[in-house]
Design a protein around this ligand. Sequence first.
Ligand SMILES: *[C@@H]1O[C@H](CO)[C@@H](O)[C@H](O)[C@H]1NC(C)=O
Ligand SMILES: *[C@@H]1O[C@H](CO)[C@@H](O)[C@H](O)[C@H]1NC(C)=O
Ligand SMILES: *[C@@H]1O[C@H](CO)[C@@H](O)[C@H](O)[C@H]1NC(C)=O
Ligand SMILES: *[C@@H]1O[C@H](CO)[C@@H](O)[C@H](O)[C@H]1NC(C)=O
Ligand SMILES: *[C@@H]1O[C@H](CO)[C@@H](O)[C@H](O)[C@H]1NC(C)=O
Ligand SMILES: *[C@@H]1O[C@H](CO)[C@@H](O)[C@H](O)[C@H]1NC(C)=O
Ligand SMILES: *[C@@H]1O[C@H](CO)[C@@H](O)[C@H](O)[C@H]1NC(C)=O
Length: 482
Amino acid sequence: MPHRSFFHYNITRAYPFKWFTPLVIIGGIILTALVSFLNVAATGYELVSTSSSDPNATETNSIWFSKWPSYLVGARAACEAASLQVQSTIYTDRRAFPYELSKVWHVEEDGTKAYQGSLIYKNNVIQNCNITEIKIQFEGPDRSPGQLAVAPMGGTVTAKTECYIDADSGRTYFQMRSTYDAIPPPETAKSTFLNLNKTSDPTLFWGYSLLNMYWRSSMQAFFDGNADRSPPPFFKGVIDLNRNTTLDGTMEEQVESIEFLRVGDCFFIPLNSTGIAYLNNRYCNSTSITELSNSPTNPAEFTRPLPGIWRSVEGLGKSMWFTVLADLGRNDDAMPNMLARPKLLASLSSDLATVNETLRSRFRWGLNDRMFMQAFDPSQDVLLQVSQSILATDYLCQVPQLKSPGTLFISILVADLVILQALWKIFTLTVDGFFLKSTEEARHCANCAPVSQGGILHGGYKSVNGGDSQIVLLEEQRSSGT
Ligand SMILES: *[C@@H]1O[C@H](CO)[C@@H](O)[C@H](O)[C@H]1NC(C)=O
Ligand SMILES: *[C@@H]1O[C@H](CO)[C@@H](O)[C@H](O)[C@H]1NC(C)=O
Ligand SMILES: *[C@@H]1O[C@H](CO)[C@@H](O)[C@H](O)[C@H]1NC(C)=O
Ligand SMILES: *[C@@H]1O[C@H](CO)[C@@H](O)[C@H](O)[C@H]1NC(C)=O
Ligand SMILES: *[C@@H]1O[C@H](CO)[C@@H](O)[C@H](O)[C@H]1NC(C)=O
Ligand SMILES: *[C@@H]1O[C@H](CO)[C@@H](O)[C@H](O)[C@H]1NC(C)=O
Ligand SMILES: *[C@@H]1O[C@H](CO)[C@@H](O)[C@H](O)[C@H]1NC(C)=O
C-alpha cells in the first residue's frame, strides 16, 4: 500500500474531440490578446497629478480609452474645481481687465443672499453679466509724481459687475470690479489688455482704443474746465454712472442714446488759495448728461459743474461699459454690445476723429499710433465678435499615465492569468456538461474496471486489484447507478 498524502491530485483524460485543440489554441490566442487589451485600460495606467488650464479638454481627451464606459476603465482623468478667494484678482480668457472678486453669494429659497468666502469654479461659462455702476474719479494732484509729469490731470474708471455661473451645485452669483487708467501708477501690478491683437480680435482693440482716447479727452476737459476760474477750481471729483432704465425704443436705440447712462451721483471738491479744501463740495443737480452738458459755463451757483466734461464722460462711461461686457462675453438682445455690432460701433466711435484733433500734446503721452483714431466704417469687412467667456485659472488634475514597463508587465500578467483561468474553467465546465455527457466514448474507459459498491475513496478515484494503478472516473460511478 503506497503512502497517502493529505493532498490529492486530479486525474486527467484527453478530450475525445478533434476540434478541441485548434479551438483552444486559436481561441486562447484571441482571448489573451483581447483580455490583455482590456486589462491595459483597466489596470495598466496609474494616475499622476498635473495642472491644466482647460479641464474640459483634459477630462475628455486625455487618452485613447477615455470615451469607454466607466466600468471598463481603471484610471480616468479628473480635475478639481478651483477655489477663487474673495479679494483675489483674476482675468477672463480674453485677458482685457484684471478683476477683483468682491462678493460671492447664493440666493436662498426665500430670496435672501448667502455670502461666501470663495467662488468654487470649474471652467463654467460666465453668464448674463450686468454692470451696476461705472465710477469715474478725477484724481488731480493725488496722482503720483511720475503720472503728473506726463499728464497734468488723470484718474481712474472703475466698473462694478455682477455675473453668475451655473454649476452642478446650483447658481452662484459674484461681483467683480475692474479699474482702468490709461496712465497707470508705476506701482500697479495689474496690467490691462494683455492679449491685444488688432487683426485677430478687433472688438477688444476697438474697446482699448475708445477707452484710451475718451479717457484722455475727459481728463483734458476736466483740466481745461478748471484752468481759468475765478472761484476756486476743483482739484478732484467723482462721477457715478448707471443705466437709465426709463428710455424708450429698442435696446439698440437705447444703447445708442446719449441718455443711456445717467449720472447717479457726482461730487467735485474745490481747492482754495490756502491749499485747504472747502468743506462744501459741489454736486450735480441733474442726472441727465444732456442737461449737465448744456448748463452755463460760469454759473453763479455750482449746481451743474464743468459742462465741458460731460460728452467725453459719456464716451468714456460707455466705452468702459461695453469693453468690460465684451471681456465678460455679454452680447445679446437684452444688452447688445456696441463693440460687436457695426452700426453701434460706428455710433460709439463717431467722435474719435474730433478727440484726436483736440487732444493737446500734454495729453498725448503714451498714445499708440496703431490705435483706432477715426470713426468705425460699418461697410468695412471686419469680424467683430463677442463670444462666451470663462475665468482663466489653473486646475489640479489627475491624468492616467502608462505604468513603467516592469509594473505594467506584472499587472497585466496577473490580471490576465486570473481572467484566463476563470474563462478556461467556464469553458471546460461547458464542454463537460454539454458535449462529454452525450459522447458515449467519453463515459467509458477501456482500462477502467467497473466500480464496486462502496469502494469510493476521497477525491473520486479508487484503486482496484490490490493497488494496481487503475483508476475510475467519478463520472462512471454516477452513471453506473450505484
Ligand atoms: C466645461 O464643462 C462643464 C461641465 O461639463 C460645463 O458646464 C462648462 O460649460 C464647460 N466649459 C466650457 C468652456 O465649455
Ligand atoms: C442681469 O439683468 C438681467 C435682466 O434684468 C437678469 O435677467 C439677470 O439675471 C441679471 N444678471 C445677474 C448676474 O444678476
Ligand atoms: C495676431 O493674430 C494674427 C492672426 O491670428 C497672427 O497672425 C498675428 O501674429 C498676431 N499678432 C500678434 C502681435 O500676436
Ligand atoms: C479756504 O477754506 C477755508 C476752509 O474751508 C476757509 O476758512 C478759508 O477762508 C478759505 N480761504 C480762502 C482764501 O478762500
Ligand atoms: C437744481 O436746479 C434747478 C434749476 O435748474 C433749481 O431750481 C434747483 O433749486 C436746484 N436744486 C438744488 C438742490 O440746488
Ligand atoms: C432717462 O432718459 C429719459 C429720456 O431721455 C430722460 O427724460 C430721463 O430724465 C432719464 N432719466 C434719468 C434718471 O436720467
Ligand atoms: C491724429 O491727430 C494727429 C495730430 O493732430 C495727426 O497727426 C494724426 O494724423 C491723427 N490721426 C488720425 C488717424 O487721424
